[in-house]
Design a protein. Structure first.
Length: 362
């Protein structure tokens, strides 16, 4: 029997086929993005909860450890709601009263100030007129002018709510399955790596995991403590909406400088309406955010984050701006974690380069 030699494929066409495979795969994943969303969210939650579950797994079974983490999380969320809801309800009532106050401040103070020093002639605002404008805007842009259209919109909103509820129910279930079989999945993925690269890829993955977990734990701690610092100071000043503004500024501090900027701007607007141009109260508001910024920069971040992600202030700003430019608000949120991973990959690439024959001129 005569065996014919196998037909050799040109390397160019092999690379082209490989590229087409990845393009088609990414396109299919893009089409399935709505289906993949709960799986991605569940994987992120599982990744964040795995250290706690693994620690509990040393004393009890893994399934029971996951259940205990779920129960503890539910009790913690319930306790926070019981504690925060009454205060937030009072803050919402203040918001309801704040809009007419702001309209009155504009008519009696702000408008006169601008007309006097800018040489303009701004007209007065009427709260009822603003309400009518808002209602007409909703009717014209969301097409709810008749009962039939309103029912269609309500039905579609109801279906959207059902989908959202389904997502909320599905994510904990998927998170449970990810957590329960986490170690086996990691071993499977590790065994799929070619033996020649297994140790190196595993080390890179461990370094990325260390950077991400250090950043996540430190950043959450900074957000919570900074929110309390802002909220307590604004409440002591007597600022209306101080609790909401303080907590929101703490949460927004996940994006560098966003919490400080939005917080101080919102607080000053509310302060001008509540206290007028009183320099004492406005100075206290500015001082509260400067104290919070100093605490974040000189105490909280060095103590809780340190140099764990290895990014300078310049690269932090660049990462946030690049993320916002590429992916909008979501890009701002994921900018620092992604930058931390890129930094680890770059460090390993650089180490490989300086030990290569090309660098050593061999």
């Amino acid at each position: 029997m005569i065996f014919k030699p196998m037909l050799k494929i040109d390397p160019f066409f092999r690379r082209l086929a490989f590229l087409l495979f990845w393009v088609i795969l990414l396109y299919v994943l893009f089409l399935l993005r709505s289906v993949l969303t709960p799986f991605i969210v569940a994987f992120v939650f599982a990744y964040m909860l795995n250290p706690l579950v693994s620690w509990l797994n040393r004393f009890i079974g893994r399934g029971l450890a996951i259940v205990l983490v779920y129960v503890f999380g539910a009790l913690l969320a319930f306790g926070l709601l019981v504690w925060l809801l009454p205060m937030l309800y009072r803050q919402v009532l203040l918001i309801w009263d704040f809009v007419p106050q702001m309209v009155n401040w504009y008519n009696q103070t702000g408008r006169m100030f601008v007309n006097r020093y800018a040489g303009t002639n701004l007209g007065t605002l009427d709260f009822n007129m603003l309400s009518d404008i808002f209602v007409s805007y909703v009717q014209s842009n969301y097409q709810v002018s008749d009962a039939q259209t309103f029912l269609k919109k309500a039905l579609s909103s109801g279906l959207g709510a059902v989908n959202a509820l389904g997502l909320i129910v599905m994510v904990p279930i998927l998170t449970f399955y990810f957590l329960y079989d986490w170690q086996n999945r990691l071993k499977t993925w590790q065994q799929a790596i070619p033996l020649a690269y297994q140790n190196k890829v595993t080390q890179i993955a461990k370094d990325c995991d260390k950077a991400l977990m250090s950043f996540a734990k430190g950043q959450v701690s900074v957000m919570v403590l900074l929110g309390f610092i802002y909220a307590i100071q604004l409440q002591l000043i007597g600022l209306n909406l101080g609790l909401i503004i303080g907590i929101s500024a703490g949460v927004a501090s996940f994006v560098p400088y966003l919490g400080f900027g939005l917080g101080i701007l919102s607080a000053l607007i509310v302060g001008v309406v509540q206290f007028g141009l009183d320099p004492l109260h406005l100075g206290l508001i500015i001082g509260a955010f400067l104290v919070g910024q100093a605490m974040e920069g000189y105490v909280l971040q060095p103590l809780l984050l340190g140099d764990k992600i290895g990014l300078s202030a310049l690269w932090v700003i660049f990462s946030v701006l690049a993320g916002a430019s590429l992916f909008g608000f979501i890009g701002m949120l994921i900018a620092l974690p992604v930058s931390a991973v890129i930094n680890v990959l770059f460090r390993h690439t650089y180490d490989a380069y300086i030990s290569s024959d090309y660098y050593l001129n061999r």
